[in-house]
Design a binder for this molecule. Structure first.
Ligand code: HEC
Ligand code: HEC
Length: 295
């Protein structure tokens, strides 16, 4: 009941016009679409890149997931989040749900072209079958928004593929709090992609997972950069000596214990609607990480 209420609140806050579609479809496929709505609008933070904002940084009403959020990334190029509403011409309305799942987990469009970064494909490869299907079902249920946007112009080569096609990923056990928190911080919430430094010729140096130090565009200040923080359990360098409440406040409100605000690149606007149990699982997972020093 509580979870469902949270999801509906998320839908109201983020989707505005899409709400009718959500609740309408929820009658026939309640759990899958509601799960998809929760993932997309909270922990998945898809709107952090796919929802356009006005000049003062507010989400433009009626334009949720309609694309056109743009920024420059020093490594990647000029990034434009595509329209992922089901408009047949300017969005993904002609894609089947299976094709959306392939786009998410294999980083490939129906025409076989590769979806480049910063779409978090390396994280989404490990989305469970059910969660990937839930996201696809929810995207299909949205109100189509006609909004043609430019494509990202890359100054780096895109990989030919992200690996062999993903065929099956098990549903993670929610009873195992740390493991489920890891699933949320990795495959679903892509914390790991922003909070892990590049290294070793690879996009991510996973031996330094969650150590921070990745330079990212500041979504709130066009042209400026921000640097992700060490969120391992270190006391001097990480968040090891923060209380649970302080960690949760940073995630959901974008405010550090000393009261300073985090750059808007950190998707707190979406994480704010996460359930308490998901937040608890993420905190438990962060506390389980070996403390790493910030270099
Ligand atoms: C960090 C930014 C970012 C986040 C977060 C993100 N995306 Fe993307 N996504 C992109 C970019 C950029 C592209 C286009 C890449 C390109 O042009 O090759 C893209 C492409 C896509 C595409 C292919 C659309 C097309 O027309 O090419 C789909 C579908 C998609 N994203 C869905 C999602 C969903 C669903 C989520 C959340 C679960 C999500 N994205 C989260 C940045 C993001
Ligand atoms: C799109 C990139 C991005 C994603 C995704 C992201 N973060 Fe962040 N995060 C940042 C950046 C950048 C900062 C630092 C911002 C600043 O200093 O103003 C930050 C700061 C933080 C902080 C504050 C740490 C400190 O010492 O100030 C915490 C805690 C945190 N993130 C946790 C998380 C968790 C947990 C997730 C996933 C649920 C997550 N982040 C996902 C980019 C991201």
């Amino acid at each position: 009941m509580h979870v469902r209420k949270m999801m509906r609140m998320a839908a109201v806050a983020i989707c505005g016009a899409a709400l009718v579609a959500v609740t309408g479809s929820a009658i026939s496929a309640e759990t899958l679409i509601e799960r998809g709505a929760y993932l997309v609008n909270t922990i998945g933070a898809c709107g952090n890149c796919h929802t356009p904002r006005d000049k003062v940084g507010r989400v433009i009403p009626g334009m949720s997931l309609a694309g056109g959020f743009e920024f420059d990334d020093a490594e990647v190029g000029h990034v434009v989040g595509p329209n992922i509403t089901p408009d047949p011409e300017t969005g993904i309305g002609k894609w089947t749900e299976a094709e959306i799942v392939t786009a998410l987990r294999d980083g490939k469009r129906p025409d076989n072209t590769i979806i480049g970064p910063p779409m978090p494909t390396p994280a989404y490869q490990k989305l469970s079958d059910r969660d990937a299907a839930a996201i696809a079902a929810y995207l299909h249920s949205l109100k189509p928004v006609r909004h043609a946007v430019a494509r990202t112009s890359y100054k780096m080569p895109l990989p030919p593929a992200y690996g062999p096609p993903v065929t099956h990923v098990d549903e993670p056990a929610r009873a195992d709090k740390i493991a489920y928190g890891g699933y949320l911080a990795g495959p679903v919430g892509h914390c790991v992609l922003c909070h892990t430094p590049p290294g070793g010729g690879e996009p991510f140096d996973m031996s330094r997972a969650f150590q921070g130090g990745r330079e990212l565009p500041d979504f709130g200040k066009p042209g400026a950069e921000t640097v992700s923080r060490n969120i391992t359990a270190g006391t001097e360098h990480g968040v090891g000596d923060w209380s649970d409440a302080q960690i949760k406040r940073a995630i959901t409100a974008g405010v550090r214990p000393d009261g300073t605000k985090l750059a808007r690149t950190m998707p707190s606007d979406w994480y704010a609607k996460m359930t308490t149990s998901d937040l608890d699982a993420i905190v438990a997972y962060l506390r389980s990480l070996p403390p790493l020093k910030t270099p």
